[in-house]
Design a protein around this ligand. Structure first.
Ligand code: GDP
Ligand code: IMO
Ligand code: MG
Length: 423
């Protein structure tokens, strides 16, 4: 068996949570492989909305094992909150949820360092979710981190103290006005650690290897999106992990030749939350309509998402880097009622027309070149079969398939599990 991947192809929030939930019945194991509680994955079914941050989006299905892989960074406090929300639903996750011993822990001081760094950057801030993601991955690559497996050792608190003390010195070094009470944060942290310790810790790469040998099917759930990838995204306005296909190999211990399908998921338009370049961003009524109809507010921070037209230059780049085999187009319903739709097919880059993503996509270097499409007025949200989709939407889809040379297999027409059309 192989591991299939589901990856966001834009700047995150494409609708990964919804589609993982839809696909989970086809899989034995759902595994997160990177990122942490900077993610906010929304699932809607039976009239209820659930937002997951660290827990994989297969958790609402009884038969699936949900694995938090070694590449993920875990904040025990946020994790505990997520578990409590599941408790409220009377959902028993004790058997289905597993954590990799090699996953790193986000400490309270990582969050403080994130905040101090952003304050110090001023206008140049990344627009981080302030969940401590960057500082935790810095400690991982700096070989100072504390891992889930350390919690099973007797001396981990000494290691914790030394690292937290070092972090406090680093926070002071920033010389920014950051008020905090570490005693309170630590009380909450150590309480949450006890909750974590009641869960099942595993050697996840071995578990995955054995599961594949036994013929089990695995879906790896990406967080963020390709344009936020630490190597291939719009650096430095990115997150601190590899959000692309290769991240699933390192974040789970899966060999490249064990990767099967790569599902690439994108919105029918584009959104971005936080700072950084966004060539097709709209500052007019069209952008405002996308934000309002699409309810574009961050699932983790509540911030308004910036909105714009679909960017095929960026999408093509993401498909190449990830080796996407099937596409899924989300939120087509949000575009109902637009008289004209635009898709960016090339950039005017320093006076030249280019179709690849250049090193620098800041507004002063790049002007998008658009192809226009006639919009549709039909409400898609009640449709459940591809034969019902309006001609103009089919034209839009056919154009994207042709440009990207990859089939669009799912068209999502609303947030609910059921509002999913297979093609
Ligand atoms: P993720 O981070 O990729 O899982 O995406 P988010 O959950 O952060 O953001 C996607 C948002 O769009 C959520 O509020 C979803 O409920 C919603 N959503 C997902 N698919 C659709 C769709 O096809 N149409 C509409 N209108 N909303 C959708
Ligand atoms: P999901 O999984 C959208 C953005 C932040 C910021 C940058 C760095 O829900 O798609 P970080 O906290 O990682 O240091 O922030 O990345 N960002 C996301 N944007 N969706 C996400 O996750 C994101 N996770 C991080 O807004 O610009
Ligand atoms: Mg999200």
């Amino acid at each position: 068996m192989a591991v299939d991947l589901l990856l966001g192809l834009q700047w995150g929030d494409e609708g990964k949570g919804k589609i993982v939930d839809v696909l989970t019945p086809n899989y034995n194991i759902i595994a997160r492989f990177q990122g942490g509680p900077n993610a906010g994955h929304t699932l809607v079914f039976n009239g209820m909305k659930h937002v997951l941050h660290t827990i994989p989006s297969g958790i609402f299905h009884d038969d699936a094992i949900n694995l938090v892989g070694n590449g993920v960074v875990i904040d025990p406090v946020i994790f505990k909150n997520e578990l409590e929300k599941l408790d409220d639903q009377n959902l028993d996750y004790t058997k289905s949820l597993r954590l990799s011993r090699k996953a790193h822990l986000i400490l309270p001081t990582h969050r403080l360092l994130d905040a101090a760094s952003e304050i110090a950057k001023g206008k140049a801030k990344i627009g981080s979710t302030l969940k401590g993601i960057g500082p935790t991955y810095m400690d991982k690559t700096g070989r100072n981190g504390i891992r889930i497996g350390d919690l099973e050792l007797t001396n981990w608190k000494e290691k914790y103290r030394a690292l937290a003390n070092k972090h406090e010195r680093m926070i002071a070094f920033y010389k920014v006005d950051l008020q905090y009470n570490l005693d309170e944060l630590e009380t909450e942290f150590f309480k949450a650690i006890e909750t974590l310790k009641a869960l099942t810790f595993i050697d996840s790469e071995e578990y995955i290897h054995q599961s594949l040998k036994e013929g089990k099917s695995i879906l790896a759930e990406g967080a963020q999106g390709s344009l936020l990838d630490i190597d291939f995204g719009t650096y430095p306005f990115v997150t601190s992990s590899n959000t692309t296909a290769a991240g699933a190999c390192t974040g789970l211990g899966v060999a490249p030749n064990k990767i099967g399908d790569v599902f690439g998921i994108f919105k029918a338009y584009t959104t971005r939350v936080g700072s950084g370049p966004f060539p097709t961003e709209l500052f007019d009524e069209d952008g405002e309509t996308m934000g309002r109809v699409g309810q574009e507010f961050g699932a983790t921070t509540g911030r308004s998402r910036r909105c714009g037209w679909l960017d095929l230059v960026a999408l093509r780049y993401a498909c190449q880097i990830n080796g996407v085999t099937q596409l899924m187009m989300m939120k087509g319903d949000v575009l109902s009622g637009f008289k004209t739709l635009k898709v960016c097919t090339a950039y005017n880059y320093k006076g030249k027309v280019i179709t690849h993503l250049p090193y620098n996509i800041e507004a002063e270097n790049v002007t998008p070149i658009y192809t226009e499409f006639k919009g549709w007025s039909e409400d898609l949200t009640t449709m459940d079969d591809a034969s019902q989709l309006p001609k103009e939407l089919n034209d839009y889809i056919a154009f994207l398939e042709e440009e990207l040379d990859i089939p669009i297999k799912i068209v999502s027409v609303g947030p609910d599990r059921k509002q999913t059309i297979f093609r």
